[in-house]
Design a protein around this ligand. Structure first.
Ligand code: PLP
Length: 420
C-alpha cells in the first residue's frame, strides 16, 4: 500500500495549494490519482429513492446538508468542477465558489441572485463591452435600472446610493484603461447602505489581488483569461461567502450556464497550478514593454500599474499584492498613440500582418501576447459619450503581455509604431 500523501495545511503556500489542492478531497477518492480525474457523467446512479431525495435536499441547501456528498446531475453539481471551485474559493479568500460556462454567465448569476425587479444597480462608467451590454440592454427588461458613475470617487458613490440601490458592480483594474478603483473605499461605502459590492477580478486574478479580503461581497471572474492562461477553454466563476452559495447553485441549475467538467479540468490541472509562474514572467515582460512604450515619441500615454509614472501608484501598491504581499501589477497595458484612431488601427493591423510575437485578437491573459483596439472591438458596445466618460480614447490600444521574450515583443511593437 503506498504511503498516503498528506492533505493541505498551513504553512504550505498558496502557490503549492494551486498545484495540489486539498489532495484528499471529499469530492473524489484521490488515493491512486496523481492528477485529478475528469469526471464525465451527465447523471449519477442514486441507488435508492431516499438517497436521491437526500441529494436534492443537500444540493439546494448546501449550508445545512454539506455540498457534493451525493451527486445527482452534472448541471447541479459534479466533482471535477467542484474541485476547481474549492481551489478558487481558497485562493480568493472566500467561503464558496460556483463556476459557470463563461465569465458573462458568472456576472449574470452574481447580478441575478442579488437583484429583483424594482432594484437599481450602480456600475462604474467604464466596463467590459458585454458587461455594459448586459446591464444596458437586458437588466431593464427585468425591471432593474442601472446608473453609471465614477467609482474612483467613493464620496460620489456614497451620495449616489438610493433607496432602491441593491448592488454595485465594477472592474479593477478597469478594462481596458487600467484605471484602479479603491476596493476598501467602495466596499465601506456599500456596506454602510447594505449594497452588495461585486468586483470583476479578471484582470488581476487572485494572484495579484483578493477583493473579498478588502471587504467586497462577491468576486466574479472570466476564467477564460489569466486563470485558464493558455487560451484553450472558456469559463467563469463567482467567489463569495457561504450565504450566496445556495442561491448561486440554484440560479445555475435553472438558467443552465454550468461549466462543463471537460472545460473545468484544464483550468484545474494546467491553469491554476501555473498561474504564479506565468504571471511573474508576464509582469516582468509587461514592465519592460511599458517602459519602452513610455519612452516612444509616438505614444501619448501609457497606463500600467507597475510604472513609476502610474497616476494611482500608491493605490496600486496597496491593493495589488501577491500571496506574499509583494507588489503584483499583473500583465495588462493600455496605451494611446498620438495619431488617434487611424494610427491605432494601422498599428494593430501591422501587428496582425507582420509581428511574430504579437497576435491581433480579443481576449487576454494567455501565454501569447495579444493586442487589440478596444473602441473598435471589445468596447464597441459603449456609446461615444460613455467612452469619453470612461477615458477610452480612439487611439487606445490594449496589450495582454505573454511569456515570450520581452525584447521580441518590444521589437514587434517598435516596428508597428513606425506605421503610426
Ligand atoms: C473584465 C472582463 N470580465 C468579463 C469578461 C467576460 O468573460 P467571458 O468571455 O469568459 O464570458 C471579459 C471578457 O473579455 C472581461 O474582459
Amino acid at each position: 500500500m503506498p504511503k498516503r500523501k498528506g492533505a493541505y495545511q498551513p504553512p504550505y503556500s498558496k502557490h503549492s495549494f494551486l498545484v495540489h489542492g486539498k489532495f484528499l478531497s471529499a469530492k473524489w477518492d484521490f488515493e491512486h490519482h496523481v492528477v485529478p480525474p475528469i469526471s464525465s457523467s451527465s447523471t449519477y446512479r442514486l441507488e435508492t429513492a431516499e438517497r436521491g431525495a437526500r441529494g436534492f435536499c443537500g444540493f439546494s441547501e448546501p449550508r445545512k446538508h454539506g455540498r457534493g456528498e451525493i451527486f445527482i446531475y452534472d448541471r447541479l453539481d459534479e466533482p471535477t468542477r467542484a474541485m476547481l471551485e474549492e481551489r478558487l474559493a481558497f485562493v480568493e479568500e472566500g467561503e464558496a465558489g460556483v463556476a459557470f460556462a463563461t465569465g458573462m454567465a458568472a456576472i449574470a448569476a452574481a447580478l441575478g441572485v442579488t437583484l429583483r425587479a424594482g432594484d437599481e444597480v450602480l456600475a462604474h462608467h467604464a466596463l467590459y463591452g458585454c458587461t455594459y451590454s448586459l446591464l444596458t440592454n437586458w437588466m431593464p427588461r427585468m425591471g432593474v435600472s442601472v446608473r453609471y458613475l465614477d467609482f474612483s470617487r467613493p464620496g460620489l458613490l456614497a451620495r449616489s446610493i438610493g433607496r432602491h440601490t441593491r448592488a454595485a458592480l465594477y472592474e479593477t483594474p478597469v478594462n481596458p484603461t487600467l484605471e484602479l478603483i479603491d476596493i476598501e473605499a467602495v466596499s465601506a461605502a456599500c456596506r454602510k447602505r447594505k449594497v452588495i459590492s461585486i468586483v470583476d477580478n479578471t484582470f488581476a486574478t487572485p494572484f495579484c489581488q483578493r477583493p473579498l479580503s478588502r471587504g467586497a461581497d462577491m468576486v466574479v471572474h472570466s476564467l477564460t483569461k489569466n486563470i485558464c492562461g493558455f487560451g484553450t477553454d472558456m469559463g467563469g466563476a463567482v467567489v463569495t461567502r457561504r450565504a450566496f452559495e445556495g442561491p448561486l447553485l440554484l440560479y445555475r441549475k435553472d438558467f443552465g450556464g454550468a461549466l462543463s467538467p471537460k472545460n473545468a479540468w484544464p483550468i484545474l490541472v494546467y491553469g491554476l497550478p501555473s498561474l504564479e509562474l506565468r504571471l511573474r514572467k508576464e509582469e516582468q515582460n509587461a514592465l519592460e514593454v511599458a517602459r519602452f512604450l513610455e519612452g516612444h515619441p509616438k505614444v501619448a500615454r501609457v497606463a500600467y500599474p507597475g510604472l513609476e509614472s502610474f497616476p494611482q501608484r500608491d493605490l496600486a501598491r496597496r491593493q495589488m499584492t501577491d500571496f506574499d504581499g509583494t507588489f503584483a501589477p499583473s500583465n495588462m497595458i493600455y496605451f494611446v498613440v498620438r495619431g488617434g484612431g487611424r494610427a491605432a488601427s494601422r498599428l494593430v493591423n501591422h501587428c496582425a500582418k507582420h509581428a511574430y510575437t504579437i497576435t491581433l485578437a480579443v481576449s487576454l491573459g494567455q501565454i501569447r501576447t495579444l493586442i487589440e483596439k478596444p473602441t473598435g472591438m471589445t468596447h464597441s458596445a459603449l456609446p461615444p459619450a460613455v467612452r469619453r466618460a470612461g477615458h477610452l480614447s480612439p487611439g487606445g490600444v490594449r496589450v495582454s503581455v505573454g511569456i515570450e521574450d520581452a525584447s521580441d515583443i518590444i521589437h514587434d511593437l517598435r516596428e508597428a509604431l513606425k506605421t503610426c
